[in-house]
Design a protein around this ligand. Structure first.
Ligand code: CAA
Length: 285
């Protein structure tokens, strides 16, 4: 059984944007955290990112100085994976490379007790394939945080082929205990978010490249036209173009050409189900 009451220490593998954000959120919510990266410099950069973010919360009076200090005190940095041995759950947020992730999971499997859940923050790679590097495939789950982690409210829980219902429930509970709201996705390429977000970003980039509008007008159009906080080009910059490209490549490899109008869209229109205005679309009104 995996119970939040048994969780005191959370291990985080990776101290980059996502890893440091996850470490920060875990520590702010009272957990001890061991944040590990391969080089001391990366760990230090992770602490700098956390410092900056905590400063922003303090200056906006969303967090007291003492709570910010307590957050930092709860985080231990390390370059040794062995230092995660006493963690009660581990969240991996290393680079989006299957070989790297499988190596990390195989090492974690050897270091961390058998009953500890290993979560991955992967944004597009298969949970099932990552889990296959371990002997605890039933205890591997996706916990996909959004960037910037300290601000974004949502976490996507991704269910691998072998992940048990109990571990899925635990993943929801843990994310909620970190102040997040969750939704669930099956282990299919890109899950819910990136399967839909990456084509949107790529289409924004193509629209710019094909001269549909200036980059500013594309971003403004999507912001004012659809009430999203960032247009596709600025969001791509925010996420990191390399990360977008890696995610897009994975989706392309797995899903092929997804840019034709969806067949179901055409069928619904032919059937006269036009959405809210006809009372029937993808939903019933
Ligand atoms: N730490 C602490 N506070 C932060 C912060 C951080 N890292 N980043 C932003 N903030 C705070 C700001 O201080 C500000 O606080 P107030 O509301 O109190 O003023 C607030 O967040 C808004 O920030 P800004 O005023 O600087 O700018 P903004 O209004 O444009 O918001 C944003 C920034 C929160 C990033 C917003 O633009 C946004 O939500 N953008 C969309 C982000 C998004 O879609 N993320 C998901 C990307 S996809 C992903 O992550 C998954 C993947 O696998 C690729």
């Amino acid at each position: 059984m995996h119970d939040l009451e048994d969780i005191d220490t959370i291990g985080v593998v990776g101290a980059g944007t996502m890893g440091s954000g996850i470490a920060q959120v875990a520590a702010t919510n009272g957990y001890d955290v061991v944040m590990r990266d391969v080089e001391t410099e990366y760990v230090e950069n992770g602490f700098d990112t956390i410092d900056d973010s905590l400063d922003r919360f303090v200056s906006k009076e969303k967090l007291s100085e003492s709570a910010a200090e307590a957050t930092l005190d709860r985080i231990t940095g390390t370059t040794a994976l062995d230092d995660l041995a006493d963690c009660d759950v581990v969240v991996e947020a290393a680079v989006e490379n299957m070989d790297v992730k499988q190596d990390i999971f195989a090492d974690l499997d050897a270091v961390v007790p058998d009953d500890v859940v290993l979560a991955t923050n992967t944004s597009t790679l298969s949970i099932t394939t990552i889990a296959s590097a371990t002997d605890r495939e039933d205890e591997v789950v996706g916990l996909h945080f959004m960037n910037p982690v300290p601000v974004m409210k949502g976490v996507e829980v991704v269910v691998g082929e072998k992940t048990t219902d109990e571990v899925v429930a635990f993943a929801h509970d843990l994310a909620e205990d970190l102040g997040k709201e969750t939704w669930e996705s099956d282990d299919k390429p890109g899950f819910v978010t990136n399967r839909i977000l990456m084509p949107w970003i790529n289409e924004g980039i193509r629209a710019y490249d094909e001269g549909v509008a200036s980059k500013e007008d594309i971003d403004t159009g999507m912001k004012l036209g659809t009430n999203v906080p960032m247009g596709p080009l600025e969001l791509a910059d925010h996420i990191g173009l390399d990360i977008c490209l890696d995610a897009s490549r994975t989706l392309h490899e797995e899903l092929g050409d997804r840019y034709k109008p969806a067949y179901l869209l055409k069928r619904k229109v032919d059937a006269g189900d036009l959405g809210k205005k006809t009372g029937e679309g993808f939903y019933t009104y």
